[in-house]
Design a protein. Structure first.
Length: 317
């Protein structure tokens, strides 16, 4: 029974953003979901669904043609759930000097043939590094649930006046996973695209994701569903744009909208030197604007209090 997997491949021209040189964040999110899924299914021996993605830190850009190495490992298990730490490293293919580009933690749930969660073997750490990761992952479970509840408790109505972007489309057959639904990586790419459009419309320049947190998968997106993805800017720092994204779906022939995914993502824009540039500051005009701004600050505080995951600083090359 395997609890770790490593993928290695080249970043291709189809992965890059409009600048033609750096890989778009949404594509990296697809990669980490695939690696995490492979790790979770290999460990559990069953089909799995993505339940959560968090602590997504983009630490350096990935270039077109870079050699990519993605490591996914189990760090904690519940009755049917697996927490998987994923790290993405990139290197010039000629030099092979791998450097950290992204890291995150994902939660997968093993599903039986009846499409209900099924028990899995319990995992235990085999060395000191695994024990540290397991301790950090376990310490985040309760706080993660509180953050999820705090995010779901917020109302986003027409009373808000801040910038927003709205996409609507059909989930395509090419988006399908092994269970017949849109896979988590595709949904995260949608999130990145709508959030990036919102950030760019606000700052008037290209924008890049530097952090995504609390990506909670609430319900599946079925192939053929009508999908709505809405991004709203709710807080600005001197150099940052904090954007809440909600995805919902329904049968295009009728039926109720169901929430499928929610998250908070942070974008910056870069100056000519490649550093984060100042962004226009939000004017909070309504009670809803002020409430959501306070919500963003509360999420920042909550995440700052989470126990650290040691993998980002422990890796050596």
């Amino acid at each position: 029974m395997d609890d770790r997997i490593t993928l290695r491949f080249l970043a291709s021209p189809t992965d890059v953003s409009e600048d033609g040189t750096t890989v778009q964040a949404g594509r990296v999110l697809e990669w980490i979901d695939k690696a995490g899924y492979a790790c979770a299914t290999g460990y559990s021996g069953s089909y799995c669904v993505t339940a959560y993605v968090g602590n997504v830190h983009f630490t350096r850009p990935i270039r077109n043609g870079d050699l990519i190495e993605i490591d996914a490992r189990i760090v904690h298990t519940g009755r049917s759930s697996m927490q998987v730490v994923v790290t993405v490293d990139a290197a010039d293919v000629r030099e092979r000097d791998f450097r950290p580009a992204m890291d995150c933690i994902l939660v997968f749930v093993a599903m039986g043939e009846d499409r209900r969660p099924k028990p899995i073997p319990q995992w235990s750490p085999s060395d000191d590094e695994s024990a540290r990761l397991a301790e950090g992952a376990a310490g985040r479970i309760a706080a993660r649930a509180e953050i999820r509840d705090a995010m779901r408790a917020q109302a986003y109505t027409d009373a808000g006046t801040t910038a927003k972007e709205h996409f609507r489309f059909l989930a395509a057959p090419s988006d399908v996973n092994w269970g017949g639904n849109a896979h988590g990586g595709i949904v995260m790419r949608w999130i990145d695209e709508v959030a990036r459009a919102c950030a760019m419309s606000w700052c008037g320049r290209d924008a890049v994701a530097v952090y995504s947190g609390g990506i909670h998968f609430l319900n599946p997106v079925h192939i053929g569903d009508l999908v709505e993805a809405e991004a709203r800017l709710i807080h600005t720092g001197p150099h940052s744009m904090h954007i809440a994204v909600h995805v919902r779906a329904r049968d295009p022939r009728g039926g109720e909208w169901r929430p499928t995914t929610q998250c908070m993502t942070i974008f910056v824009t870069r100056n000519d030197a490649g550093h984060a540039a100042e962004v226009p500051q939000l004017m909070l005009r309504t009670d809803e604007d002020r409430r959501l701004d306070a919500h963003a600050l509360d999420l920042m505080r909550r995440r700052a209090e989470l126990p650290p995951l040691q993998f980002a600083v422990e890796r050596t090359y």
